[in-house]
Design a protein around this ligand. Structure first.
Ligand code: SAM
Ligand code: SF4
Length: 463
């Protein structure tokens, strides 16, 4: 019997890291580790890191400093704490992390989490370990499956990774280097995972991948499938009320996926479709392999399939050589699409990427001035989008208790947080909610059918 110990996993960056963090905890469970939310209680602290922008990497090093103090305090009390660094920074900087932060015990790249129990055992014996190989075995096959109770504790909405890696090589991006070549999981394994989640009470599944709509996993007959086909299969899984997917590339928005939006009520009418820039000149320099017109055409095809679709996006301002005119093209694109929101980033040169070596880097002051202008425009559109629901009824998946007694928090089809007074028994159900007030980050509403009215999807039915 293994000794009972506690692990704290802290995720930085994207949803893929959140998913991986859960898998790491699940994989360590048979080795005697239970999860704790409190790093100070942990015997093993794993930082699941991000490397996408310089700031993300800096954050990790300052967090290591904080955990080091905790480790030293624990050592003074005779308790040994191990520190592990996982994720994209680990993959990219490997040995460098050990050099800069000698307190770290093990560094594990994004493809090797299934080896954690063995690495921890070696670290227990005092070995310092760096494992950033891209292994031949399938990490997804080797990672442990969460217990039903663990799934329940994690809530009624879950992420499922369906593909990983990227072959697109945008000139600004580290992902193809840190996550490796694009791979898709076989459809049967994803369906089995979603069935298991649904049986434990999950009602909403978000399929994730760095380029999720490049998904081409094999089906049971060994034929290559598409994300659209996968979504059709998952929509039939008993208990699954809602499906989402993120993040997509405009060039992979194929007819199958667009048709799925027309045909599947469970597929939420919300698409995150990063465009990065509205200028063809900048898009070409970014190696995005699509133009502004291609992007607008993809949006038009999606809207033709389902008119109530809302779109969000990612933008980078201050890419090397971006002029004021290029930037204005981004602003006009934002207006033209009428985004419901967007993530905006100042270009951050990443070591080893082609764009980092380009001439005509834009100054920090210009980048932040453009970022502010873009954010102001997007905030205006976002608030307008939210305000358009005042007095309307939205279907809300109730997820968890809110801050006030008697309050629940849920999500609208458009991923807006909605607060509503409702009994706890409704957690895990989709109910119509009349929107009564619009806050900055939250909508407030009232149950359209209070007390006893049937929910659109029954709560937590075991299948
Ligand atoms: N695969 C997605 C795509 O094709 O857009 C997104 C991947 S990336 C994890 C998320 C976002 O980070 C990108 O869409 C981009 O806007 C931003 N990003 C990536 N590299 C960046 C860099 N060097 N500087 C600033 N933002 C960056
Ligand atoms: Fe990075 Fe996305 Fe471009 Fe791939 S498609 S290189 S993940 S920005």
């Amino acid at each position: 019997m293994s000794k009972a110990r506690k692990v704290h996993v802290k995720s930085f960056g994207c949803q893929m890291n959140v998913y991986d963090s859960h898998r790491m905890a699940d994989t360590l469970a048979p080795a005697g580790f239970t999860e704790t939310e409190r790093p100070e209680d942990a015997d093993l602290v794993i930082l699941n890191t991000c490397h996408i922008r310089e700031k993300a990497a800096d954050k990790v090093y300052s967090e290591i400093g904080r955990i080091r103090v905790m480790k030293e305090e624990a050592a003074a009390q005779g308790r040994r704490v191990l520190i592990a660094v996982a994720g994209c920074l680990a993959q990219a900087e490997g040995q460098e992390i050990m050099r800069r932060a000698g307190t770290v015990d093990l560094v594990v790249g994004s493809q090797n989490y299934h080896r954690l129990p063995e690495m921890v055992a070696r670290a227990d014996d005092g070995e310092k370990i760096v494992d950033t190989e891209f292994p031949v075995e399938d990490k997804f096959d080797a990672l442990a499956v969460p217990a039903r109770e663990t799934i329940r504790q994690r809530g009624v909405a879950a992420f499922v990774t369906v593909q990983e890696g990227c072959d697109k090589f945008c000139t600004f991006c580290v992902v193809p280097y840190t996550r490796g070549a694009e791979i898709s999981r076989p459809a049967e394994k994803i369906v089995a995972e979603v069935e298991r989640l649904a049986a434990a009470g999950v009602r909403e599944v978000t399929l994730i991948g760095q380029n999720v709509n490049a998904y081409h996993g094999l089906d049971a007959n060994g034929a290559s499938g598409s994300l659209g086909r996968l979504l059709r299969r998952l929509a039939d899984v008993p208990g699954i009320a809602r499906l989402r997917y993120t993040t997509s590339h405009p060039n992979d928005m194929d007819d199958d996926l667009i048709a799925a939006h027309a045909d599947l009520p469970a597929l939420m009418p919300y698409v995150h479709l990063p465009v990065q820039s509205g200028s063809d000149r900048v898009l070409a320099a970014m190696n995005r392999k699509h133009t502004r017109a291609d992007y607008l055409a993809a949006i038009a095809r999606l809207r033709a399939a389902r008119s109530d679709l809302a779109f969000t996006s990612d933008f980078i301002v201050g890419f090397p050589g971006e002029t004021e005119d290029d930037f204005r093209d981004t602003l006009t694109l934002v207006e033209e699409v009428g985004f419901a929101g967007a993530y905006t980033f100042a270009y951050s040169p990443r070591p080893g990427t082609p764009a980092a070596g380009l001439d005509k880097q834009v100054s920090d002051s210009e980048k932040s001035e453009r970022l502010q202008r873009l954010q102001a425009l997007i905030t205006r559109l976002w608030h307008g989008f939210n305000a358009s629901f005042a007095g309307k009824t939205l279907d809300v998946l109730l997820e968890k208790p809110g801050k006030l007694p008697g309050q629940l928090v849920g999500k609208s089809p458009y991923l807006q947080a909605v607060q509503v007074m409702a009994p706890r028994s409704l957690i895990g159900t989709v109910v119509p909610v009349v929107i009564t007030d619009i806050g900055t980050n939250t909508l407030f509403g009232a149950l359209a059918h209070p007390a006893g009215a049937p929910a659109l999807v029954a709560a937590g039915a075991e299948t």
